[in-house]
Design a protein around this ligand. Structure first.
Ligand code: T46
Length: 131
């Protein structure tokens, strides 16, 4: 079994629009060492197809929407991210794939470590052995 771990951020809204603050150790459960974002993904494209050995991440669709498949080796779950006020926590050893991107999707990801290709498990059978 696996359940998506959503983080609901406080929205500060007034007549000027909305604002969300992301603060390490407060509403983000790790030290933020890297931020990257994914955009312009064609609608019928899947990305991801890997797990991380140690990296923790929080993914937020700051614009548009996309879906995630999460797999911990014992179960899989699909979920949709469609709000700039909701983050999806992705811990280590979670195989993940992203799909069904809207044209306007900007997927921002907060990461606990700098980019390190050796932290990726990109082969599904290797992932199953790891978990
Ligand atoms: C993840 C999901 C949610 C870098 O040079 N620096 C970076 O910080 C990142 C994230 C990627 N790259 C390079 C590595 C590849 O040559 O950018 C290229 C595309 O990366 P990748 O194919 O891994 O992209 P996705 O969308 O499959 O996965 C990304 C993250 O890499 C990954 O950590 O969890 O988003």
């Amino acid at each position: 079994m696996i359940e998506p771990e959503f983080i609901h951020f406080k929205e500060i809204k007034d007549y000027r629009g909305g604002l969300v603050a992301l603060e390490q150790g407060q509403n983000v459960p790790f030290e933020i060492k890297r931020v990257y974002y994914i955009y312009g993904t064609p609608a019928n494209t899947r990305r991801g197809f890997h797990a991380h050995k140690a990296l923790e991440q929080v993914a937020i669709c700051v614009k548009g929407a996309c879906s995630f498949l999460l797999d911990n080796g014992k179960g899989k779950v699909d979920c949709r991210l469609d709000s700039p006020a909701v983050g999806l926590y992705i811990g280590k050893n979670i195989w993940h794939e992203m799909y069904n991107f809207t044209d306007d999707c900007v997927l921002m990801v907060l990461a606990s470590e700098l980019y390190d290709e050796s932290d990726y498990i990109r082969d599904y059978n290797d992932f199953l052995k790891e978990v």
